[in-house]
Design a protein around this ligand. Sequence first.
Ligand SMILES: [Zn+2]
Ligand SMILES: [Zn+2]
Length: 678
Amino acid sequence: MSTIVHVVVPTPAHSSLSDPLTYASELPLPPGTLVRVPLGKREVCGVVWDAPAGEAAPMQLKHVGAVLDGLPPLSAHWRQLVGFAASYYQRSLGEVALAALPPQLRELDASQLARRLKRAAGDASAPPQAVRPELTPDQQRALEAIAAEAGPFLLFGATGSGKTEVYLRAMEALLARDPQAQGLVLVPEINLTPQLQARFVERFGADAVVPLHSGMTNPQRLRSWIAAHSGAARIVLGTRMAVFASLPRLGLVVVDEEHDPSYKQQEGARYSARDLAVYRGRLEGVKVVLGSATPSLESWQACDRGRYRCLEMPDRVGAGALPAVRVVNMNHQPRGTLFSAPLLSAIQARIARGEQSLIFLNRRGYAPVLACGSCDWRSECSHCSAFRVFHKIDRTLRCHHCGYTERVPRACPKCGNVDVAPLGRGTERLEEQLAELLADARRPDGTPVRIARMDADSTRLKGALEQQLAQVHSGEVDVLVGTQMVTKGHDFRSITLVAAVNPDSALFSSDFRAPERLFSLLMQAAGRAGRDAAHAAASEMWVQTFNPDHPLFVALKKHDFAAFAAQQLQERRQAAMPPFAFQALLRAEARTQEVAQAFLQAAADASAGLEGSGHVVVYAPVPMAVQRVANVERAQLLLESGSRPALQAFLSAWQPVLQDLRMKGLIRWAVDVDPLAV
Ligand SMILES: [Zn+2]
Ligand SMILES: [Zn+2]
């Protein structure tokens, strides 16, 4: 006799098939078993979800196909994590569950899987005997607290204070208690953190540590996933997707650089891997350590409220002091100055001493706009409401939103004037102008200065980033110019000067999180300088600004994150902004802006009287900041509530209403819970 089983299958984002489907099975299948089932004309991978109902299956019910019984079932914890993520972030269970599995696993049949499993089995070699540095008193105290208390912990440590050593020791302590235990280490961007991975491998052995990120091939991902799921791997080190790794013996979760915006997924289920990591820790009774030199204001406030335990590590290992911060008041510089005289001479002094400088600007390309001198022509993208960026290197205009690229016109396309000029500056232009300004600068051996640029353009080719980093490390480069990419994670030992040449736009952004991001970026950048104690005394962070008295720069001068956070939280509290309120966005994309907004308005109108609506403010539909991308019009609607449960209840009640709204010309819509940019 066949019984009914409930199977979760990959379903479209908002389909009505959001609940598990029922199939018939001859065998009792435990929840978490991977199966292949018929769906329409296809056969798809699915996950058995609930305990078997024990009812006899009706005759007409389709049967489960192959059972991937080589794999142990996915745990109840894993299913709860996926179920929570789907419901909290307003997506279908099937979409989240299947996206959380490696793509290749979804395609394999039972015999192909059996071959993979056989290959994956093998004895792990003994971990190497790594040399352990002596712990600082700060590190010691942090580890004692992690051992004794429940957490979650916010490891608030200055750059260079040795947070990684705390992660490593906490992991060692876990494995000493239980050699079969597993750890999950999340990092924002794995390609930028090879050093972190190297340190885990050095301490625990190459077989014990498996990476999990989107830069891997499908077979690599499957291998890592199986190693984690089978319990063979001790540590999964990965990007946000790794928060869903199946780890049957999970004992510790670490989220490094917890403030980093890349923990928030920006498409599909827009989850925050940081927040899910905290949820997962609580669910599984496992300790969670969030680490940052500039914590998110959400986590900082959670410490204030006693929800997280803050572990402070203010001192840098090896007593390398944090660099002195020099704020240049650009109001006192001649108009149009790119590099103020004092900054320029500070860079020159470093070149002469054989030290390195790092200059950053958050804009790639040569100039953000190309403009005609005699009419109003600007290098707008014909598909987007954005300017195309001028890239001098290959004389192109490139749209950074849709990718539309054209040769730079010889003359103004509108009036024929040949005097078409760049407006504003990007990294390419910065590099060019710096080369002119430093044309006479000489290195200690009398050779000319060497300037390099690092941004998304210069590192597009595979291996280019690694090659450029190697050049910086080996001292082949004197001055490195780049976007914020250069400020993250790298350990440039002989950089003694870091400069932000034009950071002011973030102070006046419509995005209320822009100052938080800028402060974090500048602190991270400052952390690049003086990592060697030998160089620390001479290390400087330079900021050129028209607003030298802004509280952000005042706090930066003192490396005082706490003061900055207190000021920002006070502003947020007064304005009832997150973390004092909870937000969600409904985004719509359509053929025309009218349709996008009409959909949002209809959604708003239909929300009256729904559960929780009394505690939720529904704002008016507005066009998105970049209103049109690739000829698609975009608009959004903001929802705000002082109560997270009320907002959640409202969104759940709203979901079926939204699914029923049909509108001609509407392309897609999505809900973004806890959005990072509104
Ligand atoms: Zn013109
Ligand atoms: Zn475009």
